[in-house]
Design a protein. Sequence first.
Length: 134
Amino acid sequence: MGESAGIDKRTHDRFRRGRMAIDGRLDLHGMTRERAHQALALFLHRAYERGARCVLVVTGKGTGREGGGVLRRDVPLWLNQAGLRGLVLSFTHAQIRDGGEGALYVLVRRRREGREGSASGSGPGRGSGRARGR
């Protein structure tokens, strides 16, 4: 995966190798696409508000169909959309022990006190570009 903007090399390496403490988990198995999108947004906003740094999002690997499951394909796209991109510094597939290709580590931006805006609107990282991911 290359370097991630806004993250020092040591943190990036620890994150990518699954060596950061996981501050929260969300399992999207069995959810519809719409429900999963809502659950992901709520989960990440709450993680940001409580100061979580690294969270695990389990998408599942999907069925044997080409390209895997819908959530496995769509969650990375959602993480790069305007509503969530301001909350996310980076994401990468998890290590095997945490779900491998069927899960993602998500590095959540730190809350900065005194910043204008909120995480749900035009808040952190506005205009900062794409979150880096696979």
